[in-house]
Ligand binder design. Sequence first.
Ligand code: PMP
Length: 450
Amino acid sequence: MRSAVEARAAIEAAYRARTARSAAFHEEARRLIPGGVTRSVAFYEPYPFCVEHGRGCRLEDLDGNRYLDHLSNFGSIIHGHAHPAIVAAIGEQAARGTDFGAPNEPQLALAREIARRVPSVERLRFATSGTEANLYAIRAARAFTGKPKLLKMEGSYHGGYDAVSVSVDPGADAPDFPHGKVGTRGLPPEVLANTLVAPFNDLERTARIIREHRDELAAVIVEAVTVRGMIAADAAFLRGLRDVAREAGVLLILDEVVTFRLARGGAQERVGVRPDLTTFGKVIGGGLPVGAFGGRADVMDGFDVAQRAPLHHSGTFAGNAAVAAAGLATLSLLTGEEIARLNALGDRLRTGLRVALETAGVRAQVTGMGSLVGLHLTAHPVTDYRSSLAANREAMRWLHLALLNRGIFARAAGAFFLSTAMRDAEVEETTAAFGGALEDVRPMLEARAG
Ligand code: PMP
């Protein structure tokens, strides 16, 4: 029988043999770009493949290998790459100018389309990333409530800025709630004083934290599916949070940067929750950089420049017309029927992965909601960050590489973001490759189980 060491060596050798040009590219790139990637999450060992182009749900790398793209740029590419209608929309707007520093019709059209779909959005402004959208939503909540602190969930990622870079992946030695752990070096110490942390899906403890800190808490920010880990919130958790926050005078911010794809009206429609503020990103920009934040008129009107002391919101690229045109084209393709088909495809993928795991005799958790699918290599149920720590992350890393060798590009940590460019055939292709990749990593799983 192969040992775990042999299995790892075989997977890495196969990857290196297929991707010589990507290896050379990586060596070149890292002389100028730290780590060879300009976004830390894009790196995995031994080096990431370099994309030559994408079309539909397929990517091709510099060596001519083709991959079925289950990353979809972490969910932003919902209709596949280079969709003709989106390419045309960008081209048409680009030919008329992309950015003006002045109001323009595509901005209002996209804002209207989002507000039409999401009734809690009474007012909306654009930003250029989900990070920025969260930053401004949190600023608005602080200004509206006159309180300084933020409550976030352990294991949730809300972007790269300081206030939310707390307890994103704190590991097993995380401090007791509501204390957090900094997620990166380079943060000022007061970040920990202003950002409190609660356990996802645990309404009782989260409610207690909110009530205890109500006099200093401006907002609680939460996702309907924690995208790191693809762990779905119980509807009762989100609804309970809604009520507790309201009673405590704390605003509820729902981060729908990724989960907006789950229903015409986003996850809030699916779960039946009306947040005070919602943040958006990813699909509303059709593959171009975007963010948006919106919600209650009385909170958002703080940004109205006619007010005596309006909130500051800026951004050279906020409301870029080409982005808005791409977003509109994307949303017009994202009908209720397409969303239902995409979510059903996600259910099929979850079933297919479970069958493959069972056939291979590997115990794991397949998580997520609709077109967002997660995988955790553990026999124990995963309902929050701490339970996800039982998973064998090291084996997942190798499983990811083994999947690449078999032409499947998923998130290295074990996640799949489906696109409407996929059909049943692509799901079958994925589960067949997954079955093979499980055999590739089997010695690592057995080594751990034993
Ligand atoms: N919120 C969530 C839930 C996210 O997953 C992300 C990014 N993947 C962000 C916010 C940040 O968005 P961006 O990368 O556009 O800044």
